[in-house]
Design a protein around this ligand. Structure first.
Ligand code: NDP
Length: 476
């Protein structure tokens, strides 16, 4: 046994992760259900490092040093369970199984408990960065026992992306914590993409600008606070010309967004924990709306708009307003996502360091961005910060853009341009900062029809009013 780590499941992700490990000097055992993928990996990339190929899972396990470290990189769901079931009888106490696929965190919690009972470590690991990240350095979010991280950490940190020499990989927390954080990462990615799409639409409708012109604006934005992978690729996509028609590429792409489900998981969990992740939710529903073909068919041209025609006088000022509104909305989406991490951390006993999460998202992953440094700094100032928006830097940064944000959202509404993520983020901002919300009335209504009781502003206790009798108040 001489391989230091193994990868089973050699489709795009597993293959590239195995190559990344080998290129970093690790001896890598490789296996795939259908042996063809294993043979082609060794044949095509055998010169990049040291691979130990096996046709059977038993030989693969036997080729690994102890404690064995097996990365499972297969289709999420049933296939992952099938591979784990096959692996477990072949392993010995103390061995480590790493699920690097996109598992739903409750599955990871279940699998971790089952393997712990067998004396094995199970490490549910989020990996972000797609195919290219897996090969050149992804952002890695491992959850599981601390003890297993002692073994795994040095390997995973070595193959992860680096920013200023710091690895984009750290221990996240027990059992499902790693996959949970990956899930929220993807939820934030949904919000970020939707906000960018709304900014594009505003520039298109407000300025009547072409894709090419909007691409130039995004390229400019990418040199400031908004600098990020998603803004960068947006500029590239907008500049791209369709070879078949000669039109701007985005103008020939059908406007129906699809999803694989991590956004939906994030929203479902937000509902379970009662965390208002409105940016992520609106982004997920915006994709659903875009794909609601019969409804859109019934509404298009039929629902009256009674909207104005957008007449932007000062084009430069408008572009700057949209930029400020985008940045403020983005801060809200991240603030909500980090709130969700904090709530889950408390609920599931994970003790997640939010500043460290922002740090490992700075490179390798889809939401990598300059402003993540600001988030890390905010949690360094106060590890228990109750609201990211309330950190001094973000208060100031968002505060500078509030008026622009209001102008953009109100003009969009007047002119009939949908901005679900921009507007809901502004509504959240105004809601969370309000001295008094109309929830007093909700509580009164609830007490009226369901005797659900209420608390008072002027004294302690829980009360009920006899609405259907004498309307006298009693202490509940
Ligand atoms: P796929 O999700 O397409 O899965 C294909 C792999 O799973 C193949 O190796 C296949 O083996 C194996 N497999 C499927 N069913 C079984 C089974 N019952 N028993 C054993 N092996 C099985 O591959 P990807 O590389 O795209 O993704 C791998 C994982 O990484 C997934 O969980 C995915 O969600 C996650 N991920 C993917 C990203 C991406 O950008 N693609 C990004 C981040 C995470 P065979 O060749 O024999 O069919």
């Amino acid at each position: 046994a001489r391989a230091q780590i193994g990868v089973t499941g050699l489709a795009v992700m597993g293959r590239n992760l195995a190559r990344n490990l080998a290129r970093n000097g690790f001896v890598v055992a490789v296996h795939n259900r259908s042996a063809g993928r294993m043979h082609s990996l060794v044949a095509e990339h055998g010169d990049e490092g040291e691979f130990v190929g096996s046709e059977t899972l038993a030989d693969f396990v036997a080729s690994l040093e102890r404690p064995r470290k097996v990365i499972v990189m297969v289709k999420a769901g049933g296939p992952t369970d099938a591979v784990i079931d096959e692996l477990v009888p072949l392993l010995d106490e103390g061995d480590i199984v790493i699920d690097a696929g996109n598992a739903h965190f409750p599955d990871t919690r279940r699998r971790e408990a089952a393997l712990k009972a067998e004396g094995l470590h199970f490490v549910g690991t989020g990996v972000s960065g797609g195919e290219e990240g897996a090969l050149l350095g992804p952002s890695i979010m491992p959850g599981g026992s601390r003890e297993s991280y002692e073994w795994l950490g040095p390997i995973l940190e070595k193959i992860s992306a680096k920013v200023d020499g710091v690895p984009c990989c750290t221990y996240v927390g027990p059992d499902g914590a790693g996959h949970f954080v990956k899930m929220v990462h993807n939820g934030i990615e949904y919000a970020d993409m939707q906000l960018i799409a709304e900014a594009y639409d505003l520039l298109k409708q407000g300025l009547g600008a072409t894709a090419q012109e909007i691409g130039e604006i995004f390229a400019r934005w990418n040199t400031g606070d908004l600098e990020s992978f998603l803004i960068e690729i947006t500029a590239e996509v907008l500049a791209h010309t369709d070879a078949a028609t000669g039109a701007a590429f985005v103008d020939v792409v059908l406007d129906q967004a699809e999803q694989k489900g991590t956004g939906r998981w994030t929203v479902q969990n937000g509902l379970d924990l009662g965390v208002p992740i409105t940016g992520i939710a609106e982004a997920t529903f915006a994709r659903a709306l875009s794909g609601s073909v019969p409804q859109r068919g019934a509404a298009a041209g039929a629902l009256p708009a009674h909207a104005g025609t957008w007449d932007v006088q000062d084009r430069e000022a408008f572009v700057e307003d949209v930029r400020l509104a985008l940045y403020a909305s983005k801060v809200v989406a991240y603030s909500q996502g980090f709130d969700q991490i904090a709530a889950a951390s408390a609920e599931y006993g994970w003790d997640i360091d939010r500043g460290a999460m922002a740090r490992i998202w700075r490179g390798g992953c889809i939401i990598r961005a300059r402003f993540l440094n600001r988030i890390t700094e905010a949690y360094e100032r106060d590890a228990h910060l109750p609201l990211l928006l309330a950190d001094e830097y973000f208060t100031e940064a968002v505060g500078q853009g509030v008026q622009a944000w209001r102008r953009v959202v109100s003009q969009a509404a007047l002119n009939g341009v949908p901005t679900p993520a921009f507007s809901s983020s502004l509504a959240y901002y105004d809601g969370v900062r309000a001295e008094r919300l109309p929830a007093n009335l909700i509580q009164a209504q609830r007490d009226f029809f369901g005797a659900h009781t209420y608390r008072r502003t002027d004294r302690e206790g829980t009360f009920h009013t006899g609405w259907s009798t004498d309307r006298a108040e009693v202490e509940a």
